[in-house]
Design a binder for this molecule. Structure first.
Ligand SMILES: [Cu+2]
Length: 470
């Protein structure tokens, strides 16, 4: 009982969101009871109730795994299992993860902690856990076949090592990796410094998330695991815009964001309105002399980046992957570009035959964000999200940094939309327009406005041959 009480005590701060699972207590006697999570909301930081103090992180649309102290050892219990993840409101995916969620809960420890992690496998196939970036004994590295036997279904393995190096790390299977990572098995690991570290600054807000991607056909629930490049859901912590929570901070907060990339391509992550520095990677803190200002940092496959900045500009600042295909949700990639082609009559004729027919607009694709397009059940629109000025026309890897004067320290609640001071918003000009300076190329504009319907437009549609690269 004592262990259970200590364990529950340590999760007091977020009891509302975390429930101890009721499964087979007898079978797990001696193990820390596995905590699980079912809401996809961002949970408040888990302040340590035992062990060395530290300033906890906030996992975007996620949570931190509670632990128990056992004779000076920090004990965690991860359960690898199938989960249902709501990737955006109205869209659920059948994934694999840990303790009820994909990604699994964040593990937070302190440099020098001895850590014991029980891993129970409730998947239909074997697994293992690799502790990406850690210094540890070779036999604890989690590569099935190479450094340990795979954990068979129904079995529990124990990993134990000292968290030697402070920094930003992750965990994921090293057994049938392609399948298990495509199904969402991964989690974050933070090792906080035990004392003031010359290269690790204290911050007011410390956010973490994993960059992941899925290939789920519109209307389906389960990712296709054979996909190598042509994913259609680009997610942060298995959530897509508008399902990704905003990062809410107080004006003049020092903010750190830590990101790890477990997709199959790189992601240039871009922040509006501020400059940041890359202060660390999964290899450790970056020496001060090697830091420079950026507004975009490219995160390659298998890499982690931690960025820091002073949030000194009030507002709602876009924060997103700069690959524009990654701020879109599921869509058909084999849509031909029709910009500049007038085929209004043609669309109407096809619509008479196929009522759900939909083609890319001759004016661009923005119309699709507003269009009431028929979608199969359990599908998230390609681009969506309503802002204070209209549709945001985004999907996938997009969120908002909300900087507010009146956001209280420790308050992570969404403050709503920013109200720009009068006279500071771009506005429509209604005066007389003089002819703007323009380069006059031979042949004039390539896309003149159509005065009359074009005659005899011939469009040849070719399907892409191979998987499309992003
Ligand atoms: Cu991207």
């Amino acid at each position: 009982m004592t262990s259970r009480r200590n364990f529950l005590g340590s999760i007091g701060a977020i009891t509302a969101g975390v429930s101890a699972a009721t499964v087979s207590r007898a079978a797990l006697a001696g193990l820390p009871e596995p905590a699980s999570q079912s809401t996809p909301d961002t949970m408040p930081p888990l302040h340590p109730q035992s062990g060395r103090p530290y300033n906890p992180v906030v996992t975007l649309n996620g949570w931190t795994l509670p632990w128990r102290m056992n004779n000076g050892v920090k004990e965690f219990h991860l359960v690898a299992e199938p989960v249902v993840r709501e990737m955006a409101p109205g869209f659920k995916a059948h994934l694999w993860g840990y303790n009820g969620q994909s990604p699994g809960p964040t593990i937070e420890v302190v440099e020098g902690d001895r850590v014991r992690i029980f891993v129970t496998n409730k998947l239909p196939e074997h697994t293992s856990v690799h502790w990406h970036g850690q210094r540890l004994p070779n036999g604890m590295d989690g590569v099935s076949g190479l450094t340990q036997k795979a954990i068979n279904p129904g079995k529990t393995f124990v990993y134990e090592f000292v968290a030697r190096r402070p920094g930003t790390f992750m965990y994921h299977p090293h057994a049938d990796e392609m399948t298990q990572m495509a199904m969402g098995m991964m989690g974050f690991w933070i090792t906080h410094p035990k004392t003031r570290h010359p290269l690790i600054e204290p911050v007011d807000r410390d956010f973490v998330f994993l960059i992941n991607a899925y290939d789920i056909d519109p209307g389906a629930y389960t990712p296709k695991v054979m996909t190598m490049l042509d994913f259609n859901l680009w997610s942060w912590n298995s959530r897509v815009f508008p399902g990704i929570d905003s990062l809410n901070v107080r004006k003049n907060d020092k903010v750190r964001i830590r990101m790890g990339n477990l997709t199959m391509t790189n992601h240039p992550i871009h922040l509006h309105g501020h400059e940041f520095q890359v202060t660390g990677t999964d290899g450790g803190p970056v020496p001060k002399s090697a830091r420079w200002p950026e507004v975009t940092t490219d995160i390659a496959v298998g890499q982690m980046r931690q960025v820091e900045f002073l949030a000194d500009e009030e507002g709602d600042w876009a924060f997103h992957c700069h690959k524009s295909h990654h701020t879109m949700n599921a869509m058909g990639h084999d849509v031909p570009t029709m910009i500049g082609v007038d085929y209004r009559g043609l669309t109407k004729q096809i619509t008479n035959l196929i009522p759900d027919y939909m083609a890319m607009s001759e004016r661009g694709m923005a119309d699709m964000a507003e269009m009431e397009m028929p979608l199969p059940d359990n599908t998230v629109p390609m681009m969506t999200g309503q802002g204070p000025f209209g549709p945001v026309e985004m999907g996938g890897m997009f969120s908002v940094l909300k900087v507010r004067k009146h956001q209280k320290p420790g308050d992570y609640k969404d403050p709503g939309w920013y109200k720009q001071p009068e006279g500071t918003v771009a506005f429509e000009f209604t005066g007389d327009l003089s002819e703007p300076a323009r380069f006059k190329a031979e042949g004039g504009q390539s896309m003149p406005l159509l005065k009359q319907p074009a005659k005899e437009v011939e469009v040849q549609i070719r399907k892409p041959i191979g998987p499309m690269q992003h």
